[in-house]
Write a protein that binds this ligand. Sequence first.
Ligand code: AMP
Length: 597
Amino acid sequence: MALTAQTPFIPKALHLRPRIRDRTGFPPSISLMSSFDSLGIRAEILRALADLGFETPTPVQEKTIPHLLQGSGDMVALAQTGTGKTAAFGIPLLEQVDKDQKMVQALVLAPTRELCVQIAKDLEHFAKYLPGIKVVPVYGGANIREQMRGIQRGANVVVATPGRLIDLLERGAVALDQVRVAVLDEADEMLNMGFQEDITTILDRTPAEKRTWLFSATMGHEVRRIAGNYMHDAEEVSVGGGNKANEAITHQYTVVMARDRYLALRRFVDADPEMFAIVFCRTKQDTQELAEHLTRDGYNADAIHGDLSQQQRDRVMARYRAKNLQLLIATDVAARGIDVSNVSHVVHFDLPGETESYTHRSGRTGRAGKTGISLSIIGSRDLFKIRSLERQLKVRFSYVRVPDGTEIMERQLLALVDRIKNVEVDEAAIGGLMSAVALDLAGLDREELIRRVISLEFQRFLKPYKGARDLNVDLARKDHNPRERKEKTEFGRTPAGPMRSMFINLGTKDGFDKGKMLGYLCGITGLTGQHFGRILLKDMYSFIDIDANFFDEAMGHFKAANYKGRKVRVDEGSGGGATGARDFKADKKRFNKARYQ
Ligand code: AMP
């Protein structure tokens, strides 16, 4: 392939090679835990687990399986995707099924088709030595008649998306009155996708005395409500620290100008020839466009989003799974439930709107004991969102610089050396040529030969990155934003854009000085010091200049705010609109006047 500035070198063989960062499977501490033998699982399933290479239970399996096998009650398990939760509920579920009773005894609800298929496949693997147990997945976008026939042939376990199951219930094609166990998997995702009513309808059609097991990566208000309404004295199990992100994932962010995000993405990919990533965009259109751009520029990328037909989605996913695709560009919805191992990077080309979406996106990497990187490519305006994610998820994000040309070339070169070392020599194909080549190169010693091969390749890497500019936004400098005004502010900070004035009913009488007020504002709004301009403190109230782009959002954060038992009241500053230095003075005058007259 001839390289141009637009066609970076990506070693093809490396696309096809799975990235395995940790070949030991789950973390070393797990090997100290008990084996599956001690959990009370029947021999047939233990044999199937051995075939699958499952040697030791993961933490969620260790916590839930004995309880679900022995007890008779409900369970709420807070566990991330990729922690082994399918086996955690799947094994006890199979233990409850009597293959001789040809009726639906266990029901699993999951948010997406992908996940349904995956769960059904896993259950079949666990039930490999339990002949006669019939697991049927039912989901939208596929032939409903075939699914109906599957159920009629005597399904013992149904794995369903809520929408399709409702459809089947309405057609009288499935009966749930003999269900003994209902599992709600990725309950938070099902609620996010608006399945709340469907779940309620479905659960109402199952016997009251059944057992209900709810698995969720996050435990928001709605999930708790479902648990409260449909479960009794549920045992609560939490793995990996509640809403916290998976610890196998390293969270990174890089800061560039908005228009440089694409170039930055390319550089990260070029710098890591073994990268096998899912790149998230917010909209279908962005997803499609990004994939097209990358393909045009010589990258091995494709998109997955809601506008694709099921066949198109399957095709893309099959390519990605087989590692014939290096970059899967996805929307949040389309990527739900994707379980592909060895995803090395999740890249947030756009940050998600919700913290929970960040957790779900990141959870596509760092699975099954592997480590992974979750990289956010952001503009400096989004720094506060990173801080807010840090606070909510209780993880640290590390700042990484966009690699420069030299770094990329070095890494590409090392990858080349690696390939030279590992290449399979096809003697039959080149044998005949070897003597002529050897004769031709006879005058060059080993060292000289290596130098020449490397120099030759280096020219290829050099070309696209020759004179390439630094894409990093220097965070120490405040003048990187061309729209910025050089205004004097508190603490020598320079605001990032036009300001609006906010009134707040807190002042020096409440114990605030400017530093404390700034800290308080940042804490409530999730913004950083850079988003605030001048602060005018009075005894009972204050005026604060806020970056106009974040004004409404910041005001929203005060809706439920209390300070020492007093309701915090905020309003637009009396200047209205952007204050600027002059308006601010007017505010000050007006309030001084009001105070002393
Ligand atoms: P899950 O969270 O159920 O989607 O599982 C994530 C991945 O971990 C899947 O690919 C499982 O096959 C794998 N897995 C689950 N439990 C174990 C185990 N005990 N040992 C090894 N791999 C496992």
